[in-house]
Design a protein around this ligand. Structure first.
Ligand code: ZN
Length: 339
């Protein structure tokens, strides 16, 4: 998520454009000025351009990432409009958090982040993680294309004592996986409130390019895909001589990965309300699995800060009637297109 940087991620060289290891991180970012210098280069890769007067003269460096235009004397902040905007936290700590979240193979948990950064409380760590997750929600991503496999699943912790009503505590997730030349491309896991036709075909229409071949099982809710302009390739699993994982191998490989990640990395502590953010993080990480790039939220994508309600909804901080709270807050489908 190099919001400032027009260079495609695939063209960035690890160890040169961004640190790959903790040792490299320390070399890249020994102190805050080094961090701000890095951010400045990302923001203005061709050199500083004053947003006020367009001057390309070298600006004067001031404290905390402020640049003073040598022509019009207008001050410009390197971090304005990013999620670091107006932060009092040292930039090095922010970048370390970004690095932790994006470069760990299995993602970062709030607990892990708290430990690594030496943050005072779990709540702070969670709030940081949440800020990054929100920033990962970027509008305007390219829709999936090629052949796209779509399937749906339940995620969430089992509640052993709620026999027969387990799905109440679980959330429904529909997953679309792009297949190009037999290889898994990008993914879009999405939390949905139900498995009705309008919901599922609406999801496909939101994330898949029109005209694409969409493979699903025989669930009738997908029946409207052809009308929406997709080539609908239906596999009625029960009637097929091949098991599901043979007919739709990509999505049946990705679904368990999503579930394992949610249950493992996050210790199952996923609230229904925040599931879309976790799925965003997964999408972000999966779709960039071939490159490790430090996260830098784009200008204007900082999103709102965490509210008290967010803090109260922390995994592990749901002191008051969690089951009732979960039921009273139906999963609202969030439709930011990410990845
Ligand atoms: Zn100027």
């Amino acid at each position: 998520m190099l919001g400032f940087m027009p260079t495609p991620i695939s063209q960035l060289r690890g160890g040169v454009a961004y640190p790959r290891t903790r040792v490299e991180f320390d070399a890249f970012f020994p102190d805050d000025p080094a961090c701000l210098d890095y951010l400045q280069k990302l923001r203005w890769p061709q050199g500083f351009v004053c947003p006020e007067c367009g001057s390309t003269g070298s600006p004067w460096q001031m404290a905390r990432g402020l640049l003073l235009c040598s022509d019009c004397r207008k001050q410009t902040s390197v971090i304005a409009g990013t999620l670091f905007h107006r932060t009092r936290t040292p930039m090095r700590q922010w970048l370390m958090a970004a690095w932790e979240i994006t470069c760990q193979k299995y993602g970062a948990s709030a607990l892990g982040l708290q430990r690594v950064l030496g943050l005072g409380s779990y709540k702070t760590a969670w709030a940081w993680l949440h800020k990054f997750r929100r920033a990962m929600v970027l509008p305007g991503r390219d829709p999936l294309c090629g052949i796209v496999e779509v399937d749906e699943t339940y995620v969430g912790a089992e509640e052993a004592d709620v026999v027969g009503r387990r799905t109440l505590t679980k959330a429904m997730v529909v997953v679309a996986v792009e297949v190009n030349d037999g290889r898994i491309g990008r993914v879009r896991p999405w939390s949905v409130p139900d498995l009705k036709g309008k919901t599922l075909t609406g999801f496909v229409a939101d994330v898949v390019a029109p005209g694409t071949t969409v493979r699903t099982d025989g669930l009738r809710a997908y029946g409207g895909l052809a009308k929406k302009g997709f080539v609908h390739d239906v596999t009625v699993i029960g009637q097929s001589s091949s098991p599901a994982h043979v007919e739709m191998p990509a999505v049946h490989r990705v679904v368990p990965l999503v579930k394992r990640w949610l249950l493992g990395t996050l210790q199952g502590g996923v609230s229904r309300e925040h599931l879309p953010y976790y799925l965003d993080e997964y999408t972000f990480r999966f779709n960039r699995r071939t490159s490790q790039v430090i996260v830098l939220p784009p200008v204007g994508a900082s999103g709102p800060d965490c509210t008290d309600a967010d803090i109260q909804a922390l995994p592990g901080h749901r002191a008051r009637a969690p089951a009732a709270a979960a039921k009273s807050q139906p999963l609202t489908p969030q439709h930011p297109v990410v990845g």
